[in-house]
Design a binder for this molecule. Structure first.
Ligand SMILES: [Zn+2]
Length: 669
């Protein structure tokens, strides 16, 4: 079993960088005048496209682009009158870009300490053949280089800041992923891309913090748009002896450490497998494109019409394919997923030689899914490949003890395509970690998405001239920079003892200046102010109260009353409710409405004695028992009585502690 707890990031030479893509607040889209809004419901019209690569600057095709092309997508677009025009349809060249969006990029560059700002913006094209952009390329502009964010004592460098157009939203796929539907509403919305330096981060925690700082800066500055789906984050990870792998789609930064751990485990195992192959003196040319038809051996196994089964030899791969490289996932799967995605053959129609084992990870997984009654397509080969058939297949493929094999079921052209990809990927095993783009799965493992795009993918946009920027205006944007997230963090920790998690919450909710005003201007307890603004008001909003009706002065008065001991802090929520319902009411009136008054120690003592005597009178329970559990039960009852009689003017915990202490006094007699 793979033990993720043993992973030592430092020892493994962990390196990681992050790309934050965040939509920004503008009135229009970047290259047309459509509103940057999302549209829902039935589209106003649809159209479809196929994609092919174009030659790069040097007259070559980008390899990554060719692989995309190989997938042979049919793309169907959904368009809406209110969010899409001829530009998104690629029927017209771009309009003049939105200068406001570009200047927002420069403003953000100041916030993030960028030192090299461009004075002439060049629009470039970045190829995308997955259909998410109708033109087949995204228009992008670098506005600054060399920024940084501090993490403790060190600086994480930010290499680039670009302003670019967003892609279309994928709605669904059909026909084994060959037909893809996109909603065009998001296409062309402006976003900033912030890329940290891959070499500066040697542990996932620091990278998570850097990404959070960038996100919080976008929030504090007001540059970032708010809402669902406005941010997408990709990371790149490498370890010593491996290669850089891009991972798409980190949804939630809190899962980042787990994601990174699993990726490091995968890369580490791939490096170990490469070493094992070398030990077995494996050579790449031993992998041959010889596909052997085995359909006859499966007679009577219900093979779908026009489908065949082919096998392929993997010399010296025996017992390696079943090695676990991520929790619940074996090396064979890592090879298969590329073939699966490109050829369209589902995983359930693929099989590798180590899956004959009863404890094969894929078999265990199907067992769990079946137990949880989850929908899944059972692997065609699992029930039919018996030990006997396995021996027979091995003989036909002329395999030696150390050799492995793959089986594929499907239409002939698809099967051949899949086998070709399996051989291609298997060859890479000798080099360890393939340089590729992967995407995160719901279980935090990852799967192949595409080959990393090369340099040929980026080339100048011939439709747009150079954009001269107003240098003085860029300089003046510096004035807009205020306290940065890490500065808030230091200040709140040193002055008020509030930690980073709290600061993060306040920045995200836009409450940090209010909390500071309450602490500074009204001399209130920082923790109480934080609690009231972040917890109490949130609870009220959830109940449907309009908390904006509470002025800062009233808020301060309510917190102060609790601090002065006029009432317990647990009453602030009820007092706030009363005042929100009638903002003209004074605190004194609210307290009288709620029958809240200060309870003295003497009164509490009196209430206790009364409650106790009532209890003994009615229940006739013997108090003089030294059993703690009975004491607790009695304390509960008495506390309840006192709480009812004082109308909650005093906290339950205070009463309970008081009662318990006094009961102990009684029972120890
Ligand atoms: Zn438009």
């Amino acid at each position: 079993m793979l033990d993720l707890t043993k992973i030592d990031f430092k020892k493994m030479g962990f390196r990681a960088g992050i790309e934050v893509h965040h939509q920004i607040n503008t009135k229009r889209k970047l290259f047309c005048h459509c509103k940057p809004i999302l549209s829902h419901g039935e589209p106003d019209y649809r159209f479809e496209r196929y994609f092919r690569p174009v030659l790069g600057e040097m007259g070559d095709f980008d390899e990554g682009m060719l692989i995309e092309y190989e997938k042979g997508y049919r793309v169907i677009y959904h368009a809406y009158e209110d969010s899409v025009c001829v530009y998104e349809q690629d029927e017209q060249p771009p309009f003049w870009p939105d200068n406001d969006a570009i200047y927002l990029g420069f403003e953000l560059a100041h916030w993030l300490n960028f030192s090299a700002l461009v004075d002439e913006v060049v629009v470039s094209r970045k190829q995308y053949l997955d259909g998410s952009i109708t033109t087949g390329f995204q228009r992008t502009m670098i506005v600054a280089r060399d920024g940084w964010v501090p993490i403790g004592e060190k600086k994480i460098a930010i290499s680039n800041l670009t302003v670019e157009e967003d892609s279309a939203r994928k709605i669904k796929t059909e026909n084994f992923g060959r037909t893809v539907y996109y909603n065009l509403d998001r296409l062309g919305m402006p976003l900033v891309e912030v890329i940290t330096d891959h070499n500066d981060c040697d542990n996932p925690q620091d990278l998570q913090r850097a990404a959070e700082y960038i996100g919080l800066t976008l929030r504090l500055s007001g540059i970032g748009k708010r809402g669902l789906g406005v941010v997408r984050q990709d990371v790149n990870i490498s370890i010593k002896g491996g290669r850089r792998v891009e991972l798409k789609g980190v949804q939630d930064l809190s899962t980042f450490v787990d994601l990174a751990t699993r990726e490091v485990a995968r890369q580490d195992m791939l490096i170990k497998i490469a070493a094992m192959l070398k030990e077995r003196s494996f050579k790449k040319n031993e992998l041959e494109h010889i596909y052997i038809d085995l359909t006859d051996k499966f007679a009577g196994s219900n093979i779908p019409k026009n489908n065949i089964i082919m096998g392929i030899r993997l010399p010296k791969f025996g017992n390696l394919l079943g090695l676990e490289i991520q929790p619940g996932k074996d090396f064979g799967q890592d090879i298969i997923e590329k073939a699966e995605l490109i050829s369209g053959i589902p995983r359930s129609n693929l099989f590798h030689s180590d899956e004959i084992n009863k404890k094969a990870l894929r078999k265990l997984r199907e067992k769990t899914l079946r137990k949880n009654k989850e929908q899944f397509q059972e692997n065609f080969f699992f029930p039919v490949v018996t030990d006997k058939l396995n021996q027979d297949i091995r003989k036909t493929l002329r395999l030696k003890k150390d050799d492995g094999y793959f089986l594929t079921l499907g239409p002939q052209t698809w099967v051949i395509h899949a086998m070709k990809k399996i051989i291609e990927r298997a060859k890479m095993a000798l080099d360890g970690v393939p340089e590729e783009t992967r995407r995160f799965l719901p279980d935090n493992n990852s799967e192949f998405l595409r080959v990393i795009h090369g340099q040929d993918r980026l080339y100048p946009d011939t439709d747009t001239p150079l954009i001269d920027m107003d240098i003085q205006k860029i300089e003046e944007l510096k004035k807009k920079v205020q306290k940065r997230p890490w500065e808030w963090e230091t200040e709140f920790k040193e002055k008020y003892g509030l930690d980073y998690q709290k600061v993060k919450a306040m920045i995200r909710h836009g409450t940090i200046t209010t909390v500071q005003e309450l602490i500074e201007k009204f001399s209130l307890n920082p923790k109480k102010c934080f609690f009231f603004i972040e917890e109490t008001l949130l609870a009220l909003r959830r109940e449907g109260f309009d908390t904006s009706k509470l002025t800062i002065e009233k808020t301060a008065e309510i917190i102060k009353g609790a601090e002065d001991g006029v009432y317990d802090f647990n009453q602030v929520i009820n007092i706030a409710k009363t005042i929100i319902n009638n903002p003209k009411k004074s605190l004194k009136q609210a307290l009288s409405d709620l029958k809240i008054r200060k309870i003295s120690k003497t009164e509490l003592q009196k209430l206790f004695t009364e409650a106790l005597s009532q209890l003994t009178k009615f229940k006739n329970e013997k108090i003089s028992v030294k059993d703690g559990s009975i004491n607790n039960r009695i304390a509960d009852k008495i506390t309840g009585t006192i709480m009812r009689r004082t109308n909650g003017s005093i906290s339950g915990k205070t009463v309970y502690d008081f009662v318990l202490k006094n009961l102990e006094g009684k029972t120890s007699n």
